[in-house]
Design a protein around this ligand. Sequence first.
Ligand code: SF4
Ligand code: SF4
Length: 227
Amino acid sequence: MEDLTASVNNLRSKYREIFHTSVKEIEKRVLALKPAGVVDIFDKYPSNSAGEKWQKAVLEMFDNDICKEIYRKWNEILLYRKEFSCTGCGTCCRLACSEFSPEQLKTKSENGDRFAKQFLSVFVPYESKEDARKIYPEYIKMLEDNKEDEVYFYHCPKLTDCSRCSDYNNRPQICRDFPDNPLALLPKSCGYVKWKEEVEPVALMLHSMLEIIEYYKENINANINRT
Ligand code: SF4
Ligand code: SF4
């Protein structure tokens, strides 16, 4: 039986390692802009002071330099996915998971969330977790092992008994885009597993950088002088 719990733990430990490297890299870029006489990027500095200018320069460097590069690389990863193809195993049609219940998705959809709207136009909920377990037991076990937050299980009624989409030409964008994230777990049968394996280290690095930048931005913005 495929041990997805071990795969997830392995991914987490790789992420921790990469995260530490990214912290150091970003810190180096922040310190390279540091003027003399200031100490901490997260301090509160007077208006127009060297410290405040440093904070603004760092925010600008994040937006105009690092983030643009991250998005460029992420798009390259998604473009590269086109060199691989779906093998038609049907697993992603038989089992889709969401952190949201059908009612929550409905509310989100009514509030203009396009993803929720599309998701509900494709998937219907399983009656029970046990029904979902029959499709992909390793995945359900991994969720249980990790004591993840509540997860809701869905399936698409358009999938035929021989794992074909009965409305293939009209399938919505979320089906055409799957998998749109190399950090998501994919079943072994998926034709995109090789793609995921190849791009995963870079995707982890990009993800960690975004997480760290988000932390910097939040904390700088909480202290920066806005007058
Ligand atoms: S619409 Fe087709 S491709 Fe999309 S989930 Fe359903 S069966 Fe799969
Ligand atoms: S899990 Fe992968 S190979 Fe299987 S149907 Fe979905 S995209 Fe295709």
